[in-house]
Design a protein around this ligand. Structure first.
Ligand SMILES: NC(=O)c1ccc[n+]([C@@H]2O[C@H](COP(=O)([O-])OP(=O)(O)OC[C@H]3O[C@@H](n4cnc5c(N)ncnc54)[C@H](OP(=O)(O)O)[C@@H]3O)[C@@H](O)[C@H]2O)c1
Length: 248
């Protein structure tokens, strides 16, 4: 299937690792030029840019702490003269901490909500002036947005906020920009592995219809498809990619 994104320009936050790195690679495989955006992990991000270069694609490397609105605005201004506008924005940065509900401190709550909700909003708002006609945004939430998680309450609440932000942004930016969201289940990335280490043995076999965890590439392919013009009638939606963990 041709996704019709050859020569399009895509910005991926959280592209230094896991699902974001896989999405940057899949976008490049499909012919897009990719801005690889990272927070701290320059080594991981540089590796992704090398892989994209090897595919023959155009690639840029940019750093920003998405929790810092000023830094995000500056990074977007730095990107602006380098690209012919933005066709695709993937907000994939995220973080969680495994802490029992009653032990979450105000500082930890704020940090996790900053990374998973405030940051994506700062990026989306700052990127507004870069969008070309028929641009497309995909925000990466989590199945936790639907289920709640007692030891990731901040994370689940922030991801639920992202599902709702998708609707407001879709309304605000239409018809120029479509905004959609994905809600993945546990995925085999550094973050996913940390989650797996805290849950019961055999969880996937017992709780998931497909009886296994996702690979980053499986999520990345869904994200890339949703970002593509093939889903041109879809906006304000959240797609579940959870192996049957939670059926709405
Ligand atoms: N893995 C799962 O089981 C799972 C399930 C559902 C949803 N998700 C979501 O999928 C997304 C990707 O997760 P992943 O599993 O691929 O995790 P990961 O491998 O730990 O990658 C997280 C990414 O987020 C970036 N990031 C974190 N804080 C940041 C900040 N302040 N500023 C900029 N970037 C920041 C990291 O960049 P640096 O390291 O460069 O700072 C890294 O690239 C997240 O939004 C996550 O919530 C994951």
């Amino acid at each position: 299937m041709n996704l019709n994104i050859t020569g399009k320009t895509a910005l991926v936050t959280g592209a230094s690792s896991g699902i974001g790195a896989a999405t940057a690679r899949v976008l490049a495989e499909e012919g897009a030029n990719v801005i690889v955006s990272y927070g701290k992990n320059r080594t991981g991000a540089t590796q992704v840019t090398k892989e994209i270069e090897a595919l023959g694609g155009k690639v840029w490397l940019h750093q920003m702490d998405i929790c810092n609105a000023r830094e995000v605005a500056d990074a977007i201004q730095a990107i602006k003269p380098e690209i012919p506008g933005l066709d695709i924005l993937i907000s994939c940065s995220g973080q969680t901490i495994d802490t029992p509900f009653m032990e979450v401190s105000p500082i930890e709550w704020e940090q996790i909500v900053n990374v998973n909700l405030n940051g994506p909003f700062y990026v989306l708002q700052a990127a507004r002036e870069l969008f070309n006609e028929q641009a497309s945004v995909v925000l990466v939430a989590s199945v936790a947005a639907h289920t709640g998680v007692p030891h990731h309450a901040h994370y689940a609440a922030a991801k639920a906020g992202l599902v709702n932000l998708t609707k407001s942004a879709a309304r605000a930016l239409a018809p120029q920009v479509r905004v959609n969201c994905v809600a993945p289940g546990i995925t085999l990335t550094p973050m996913g592995q940390r989650t797996i280490n805290t849950i019961e043995d055999g969880y996937a076999k017992k709780k998931l219809l497909v009886q296994r965890f996702a690979t980053p590439e499986e999520i990345a392919r869904c994200v890339t498809f949703i970002a593509s013009p093939l889903t041109g009638f879809m906006t304000g939606s959240t797609l579940d990619i959870n192996g049957g963990r939670y059926l709405r």
